[in-house]
Design a protein around this ligand. Structure first.
Ligand code: ZN
Length: 572
């Protein structure tokens, strides 16, 4: 057991080398092959788990350090080594899994670990084979290059240098010229890198397509789904689900866009994409304090919310597991990750003084809280759910934080909640745009960059027809907005997950509105469930409506209109 008083910065960063890791795993594989009874086998499996926990902790420490400072050359090298070896490690795990599936005591293991444990293993065997290692190595390198390009963005604006997340503050400015200029500045960055980023994506698509074909798939779509651990739904169900969103949510979102235009005093027909960043003429609500103030307020909130959440948040602070402010050199975005050996969640974000800081904080805390509640689940594979389930934990937490928004926004608390809900509804059409685009891309792997942009534009116009770009935003205007959506590069098909989770988080919002303690209890149960079940089963076990079932999207969306109507827009 590790020293539990340790702080994040005390965790050693180790340069990994492949050979000793390979030797250790191969020896464990031999031991598993030799195990003839359940008891001996379980001992080997536990030893393997312990070793993999140590390995994954080392890898995660490197990736956190790298994201905190992409200009640190030593860590960048360590990260390169990890990127290069990760497919090889994947292969070793594959070898382990093949042996595990054939052990003579499988029935006893299934009883202990549940059949889903083996479904996951079978699934990962289908989605990986030694012969695709060269493609995977190349894919890792290309996605790191993409991250590096975006992370190193140095945008000059009003005599100062900003990275992309830092530009967010200007993009949401009350001053229309500032909004416009900021949007153009960011687009100019993509203009300067369009060819490079377009090439990277083209190569990624071909490599993924090639890997899928080597494994016997028609194209990358099915492989992409399997790689995300989607065992109880498929692309066809997702297509029908997108249709439900298109029919039920797109009209509501359009109405909200029109109301927004009216609110901010710009005729709907004259609204530009950057205007939608401004929810209110009086300006978007801003947090009433700096990062330290936000953390203090969060401490108060989580203590008042429940015993569990209070203990958890103290834990995060005690061990320095929050790195929240934007700095040059830091990777954009926000994430939560987990250090297995220490059972530490870690939260990374880029605070820039906008209301997004509060939603990022509450969002990532939702992930971290779930990780904390599930930290002792065994086997460790069940601690974390697949992505569309994990996002329910985070997005629901954003809503559970509503009653405390006064702490963060003072008089503007209601304005924040209203904006948050509108934003969450407006997000769904964008979410399905990104998803449909990727399905198009991987079923047309040989398309050119221009053809991809044209496809994106066509989909974008269908689901978000209000998005009109000024001529100066050359990249966005010709259908290149997707280039800034990092998920498309790093984790294909991971995006619809946010929409699937949002539909579930809305259910928590409606329930907490009726009966907060009951909704919170249900949420705790869901978090503690971790990744024991695949998505649809998790929903069924926790009495949540499944978005794939025809009619369920409508049932979830309708009660939101009532909540929306309760806010007095004229006050904002
Ligand atoms: Zn998330």
């Amino acid at each position: 057991m590790k020293n539990l008083d340790i702080k994040f910065e005390d965790i050693p960063v180790k340069k990994l080398s492949y050979k000793p890791i390979e030797k250790k795993i191969l020896s464990l594989i031999e031991q598993l092959k030799a195990a003839s009874d359940y008891k001996t086998g379980l001992k080997v499996i536990n030893a393997f788990e312990r070793y993999m926990s140590k390995f994954s902790t080392n890898v995660t420490v490197i990736s956190i350090r790298y994201s905190l400072n992409t200009t640190d050359e030593k860590i960048a090298k360590y990260q390169d080594i990890v990127d290069e070896m990760s497919p090889l490690i994947g292969n070793l795990i594959n070898m382990w899994n093949k042996v595990l599936l054939k052990v003579p005591f499988r029935a006893e293991l299934e009883k202990k670990f549940t059949p889903y444990y083996f479904t996951m293993i079978e699934n990962s065997l289908k989605s990986f084979d030694e012969k695709i290692i060269p493609e995977l190595i190349e894919i890792n390198k290309l996605s790191s290059t993409y991250d590096k390009i975006l992370g190193s963005a140095q945008i000059e604006y009003k005599g100062k240098i900003y990275n992309i997340p830092q530009m967010g503050k200007f993009a949401k400015s009350k001053d229309r010229n500032e909004r416009r200029d900021a949007a153009i500045k960011v687009d100019e960055f993509f203009q300067a890198h369009e060819q490079e980023i377009g090439d990277i994506y083209g190569k990624l698509v071909l490599l993924r397509d090639q890997a899928a074909k080597k494994l016997g798939f028609k194209d990358f779509v099915e492989l992409g789904y399997l790689s995300l651990g989607r065992v109880d739904y498929n692309a066809e169900m997702v297509t029908k689900y997108r249709k439900q969103i298109a029919e039920e949510v797109v009209p509501v979102a359009q109405k909200l866009c029109k109301a927004q235009a009216k609110r901010i005093g710009i005729p709907f027909k004259k609204m530009y994409s950057y205007d939608y960043n401004l929810m209110f003429l009086s300006g978007n609500p801003e947090p009433i304090g700096d990062a330290k103030y936000l953390v203090d307020s969060a401490t108060k909130m989580y203590h008042e919310m429940s015993k569990e959440s209070g203990e958890f948040f103290d834990f995060m602070k005690e061990h320095h597991l929050l790195d929240l402010e934007a700095r040059p050199g830091k990777q954009p975005g926000g994430y939560m990750t987990f250090l297995d050996d220490y059972k530490f969640p870690f939260i990374f974000s880029n605070f820039n003084g906008t209301e997004g800081d509060v939603s990022t904080l509450t969002h990532e805390v939702g992930h971290a809280f779930q990780g904390y509640l599930s930290r002792n689940i065994k086997p460790a594979d069940f601690r974390h759910a697949t992505l569309e389930t994990s996002e329910i934990h985070s997005m629901s937490m954003e809503f559970f934080a509503w009653p405390w928004m006064k702490l963060f926004f003072g008089k503007e608390a209601d304005k924040y909640c209203y904006g948050h809900l509108v934003d969450s509804i407006q997000f769904l059409p964008y979410g399905i745009t990104i998803d449909e685009f990727q399905h198009w891309v991987y079923t047309h792997p040989r398309a050119t960059h221009e053809e991809r942009c044209a496809a994106y534009q066509e989909i974008e116009r269908r689901y978000t027809p209000h998005k009109v770009y000024p001529d100066e935003m050359k990249v966005a205007k010709h259908g290149g907005w997707w280039m800034r959506q990092s998920h498309i590069f790093g984790v294909p098909f991971y995006y619809i997950d946010y929409t699937l989770a949002q539909v579930c988080a809305f259910q928590f919002l409606v329930e907490m509105d009726k009966n907060q303690p009951k909704a919170w209890k249900k949420y705790l149960k869901l978090c503690k469930c971790g990744g024991r079940y695949p998505y649809c089963q998790t929903l069924a076990k926790n009495h949540l409506r499944n978005p794939f079932e025809e009619g369920n999207v409508a049932k979830v969306i309708r009660p939101l209109k009532k909540i929306l109507n309760r806010f007095d827009e004229s006050k904002f």
